[in-house]
Design a protein around this ligand. Sequence first.
Ligand code: TXA
Ligand code: MG
Length: 315
Amino acid sequence: MAETGTDISIARELLKKGDLVAVPTETVYGLAGNALQASSVARIFEVKNRPSFDPLIVHISDFQQLSRYVMHVPVQAERLAKEFWPGPLTLLLKKRSIIPDLVTSGLDTVGIRCPNHPITQNLLKTIDFPLAAPSANPFGFISPTTAGHVNEQLGSKIKYILDGGACAIGIESTIVGFENNKTIVHRLGGISVETLEKIVGDVEMASTSSLSPKTPGQLKSHYAPTKKMFTADLETAVGMIDLDRVALLSFSMDYKATHQVILSPSGNVTEAAKNLFGALRQLDKMPVELILAELVPDEGIGRAINDRLRRASAK
Ligand code: TXA
Ligand code: MG
């Protein structure tokens, strides 16, 4: 098990040596290393068992730092950063050569964001390098939203977890890129499409093909529990299935099932997002053969939840 605590100086010393530290953010916990040091970045891929074609997000402390790492900031990117940073928004921008190619899997763009969590903000202010940090879970599995989640899955492979409590948003950042003056959403996340559009007007969705080189990490199977999971209309399903052998993930309804988790009894999608990954972990531990999950209302952050539920489901 890794040591868990709130001591930024321990984290800083480990990072300065090239070691990895798990850090809290408002979205999910990240597995952080020095983004400018290829050996630390390589260790991130190794610990996560992540294929090298799936690039990492670089975390900086504020907007002022951005120009050190990217060649150019389009006007839409600047508007979005000024509105939403620190916060759950990642910008894909043309990288400078100071960012190792390993970070971006050889792409000429780098994903950058400024996380909104006081501990990690303080940490970033005391080091003179940015942090490359993917979600702190083994590749393909459920993302962690508490220090305990990280310890369960990666505790034997890292030395220290900065404990910042439960993540406030609970779902990863929204990733946007810029092409020919258009703003393109590459991953739905903590900031909804509707909210982005208030700042930059209409946005487009990137093609969902998992083979597209521009979105290498948007693989179809992701965020998955170890048990088989399917999305279903639970109201219909409950009458037809053996409730002893199936666990239900409900949005707000109480289906009175033996094995169930309700994401938000009051029907609030923001609360549902915060509870999503913890709920999937809970369901995965229930004595059942499979998990049935219902989709949530497809609006606001609900779209990002549904994206995760679909990718977590068996094909
Ligand atoms: O909220 C978050 O973004 C969290 C916290 C820790 O900051 N991080 C996170 O990282 O979700 P990760 O590695 O689990 O997901 C990053 C996604 C991957 O799907 C990756 O393919 C995509 O970002 N990505 C990173 N750089 C990219 C780039 N240059 N072009 C296209 N996609 C990129
Ligand atoms: Mg991830």
